[in-house]
Design a binder for this molecule. Structure first.
Ligand code: GLC
Length: 449
């Protein structure tokens, strides 16, 4: 009888050290449940998509001091609650977001439907004390508007949801106040069920904040949330929803959060970098939040895709739902770049060559390999690892480049150009396809993170 092969156990830190990588996966060590996993085939659309747009918007967007403002400034409940009377973006049309997502080149979106402050952006009968946009000033169900508009635009639909909610004293003292903690849990189950049942098939469920009392991890709080039970309920409505690991269950992909640069080897599991297009001081709107540099963002995107990840880039609309012009301009600029270079990004996988930090990386699909060269000068001395496939041609912007290929590797001659482009893309065409690598079966223990 064939022995069942168990996933290899690792901590995220072990993987990072093996790959000399700067990745820092969140929420590892989640509960295991094979039934909730998805196959490589079921994950394929997401892996091919590569680029997503994240949107943080809520009552905190009125104050402009970050989505954690209520907690950080200990704003009294009555005062914070009253913001719902002001949350009424009369001239806001959600197509502003979906149009931008398209122009940016996103294939999917993730909208924050309810952050830790508890304010739900939809008609949520399960909301504790009816704290929703639908039952306050605006009278609108923004999740409905968003899911309709995103689908209409051909974008895959992702929803962010925070299980925890600062309004419950039981969040801060789950053991001393079990009734309150259980009421928060009941709200979570009811709201997640609403989100996955009322708005058509949800492609991505993006949890954040399944920890308790701002301590421990999502996993150490699984005794309260029972994430396997929660997510089995999700699967009842849509067996193919792709979920991140931040509910305390292992998840279908891993998250690297924040603006730190990505270095090291190709990562052998599905993963997503999520970060802000602005400074990252806050995910929600802040006045004059500086937009990151174009070349830096392209380098980030290239570093992520060459290491086989997706990029989920966040914008923070203002209180009226409008995305600041400088943010739009930058997203569109990236979109123009993506349109020009689409074949080297979408539907590719990272590899076959291991990247060299700050110098180059590669992506591939079937018989095409794309070298993403960020430092042509340093690349001049590089010999690429040998390939079993024969290279038929090598080109830059449609012009043939000379190259040599033998058992010791591949060398090519870059053209003399004084180009300042952030990513010089050289295309290799092979005589036979390279098969996509299967995802490695690793269980991240979360120990010692
Ligand atoms: C961080 C922030 C949180 C934000 C999340 C997005 O965890 O604290 O507010 O929603 O990142 O990934």
């Amino acid at each position: 009888m064939a022995e069942k092969v168990l996933p290899r156990e690792m901590t995220g830190a072990e993987l990072a050290s093996m790959l000399k990588s700067s990745i820092n996966f969140k929420s590892l060590g989640g509960l295991r449940c094979e039934e909730l996993k998805l196959t490589d085939d079921q994950m394929q659309w997401w892996r091919d998509a590569k680029i997503g747009m994240f949107v943080h918007w809520g009552l905190y967007s009125i104050l402009g001091r970050g989505e954690w403002v209520r907690h950080n400034e200990q704003i009294p409940w009555d005062e914070y609650k009253a913001l719902a009377n002001e949350f009424n973006p009369k001239d806001f049309d959600i197509h502003e977001w979906t149009d931008l997502a398209k122009e940016f080149g996103a294939k999917y979106m993730v909208m924050v439907t309810r952050h830790h402050d508890g304010f739900a952006l939809w008609d949520s009968p399960g909301s504790y004390e009816h704290f929703t946009s639908y039952e306050t000033a605006s009278g609108r169900d923004f999740v409905k508007e968003y899911t309709d508009a995103a689908r209409e635009a051909g974008l895959r639909v992702g929803l962010y949801y925070s299980p925890m909610d600062w309004r419950f004293p039981g969040y801060f003292h789950p053991e001393e106040l079990p009734e309150s903690a259980n009421a928060m849990k009941a709200q979570c189950y009811a709201q997640v069920e609403e989100l996955v049942s009322k708005y058509g098939p949800i492609d991505i469920l993006w949890y954040d904040g399944a920890w308790l009392a701002h301590k421990g991890s999502d996993t150490t709080s699984a005794w309260l949330w029972e994430p396997v039970k929660l997510n089995k309920m999700v699967r009842k409505y849509n067996p193919l929803t792709i979920m991140n690991p931040r509910s305390g269950w292992e998840g279908n992909f891993y998250c690297d959060e924040g603006s730190h640069e990505i270095e090291g080897g190709i990562i052998p599991v599905p993963w997503e970098k999520n970060m802000c297009v602005c400074s990252g001081t806050s995910w929600g709107w802040m006045p004059n939040d500086p937009v990151s540099d174009f070349d830096w963002l392209i380098h980030m995107l290239v570093d992520v895709i060459c290491r086989d990840g997706n990029l989920l880039l966040n914008v923070g609309p203002d209180r009226n739902g409008h995305i600041p012009e400088p943010v739009k301009a930058r997203m569109r600029e990236i979109g123009v770049w993506l349109k020009e270079n689409h074949e080297a990004v979408y539907g590719t996988r990272g590899g076959p060559f291991e990247p060299v930090d700050k110098v180059f990386g590669s992506t591939y699909r079937e018989k095409e390999v794309y070298l993403h060269i960020m430092d042509p000068e340093k690349f001049a001395g590089v010999t690429l690892e040998p390939l079993t496939q024969k290279i038929l041609s090598c080109s830059y912007k449609g012009e043939a480049l000379s190259f040599t290929q033998d058992a010791s590797g591949i060398r090519l001659q870059l053209p003399e150009t004084d180009t300042k482009e952030p990513d010089m893309i050289v295309k290799l065409t092979l005589d036979a396809p390279i098969a996509f690598k299967k995802s490695a079966d690793i269980y991240f223990t979360g120990k010692g993170e």
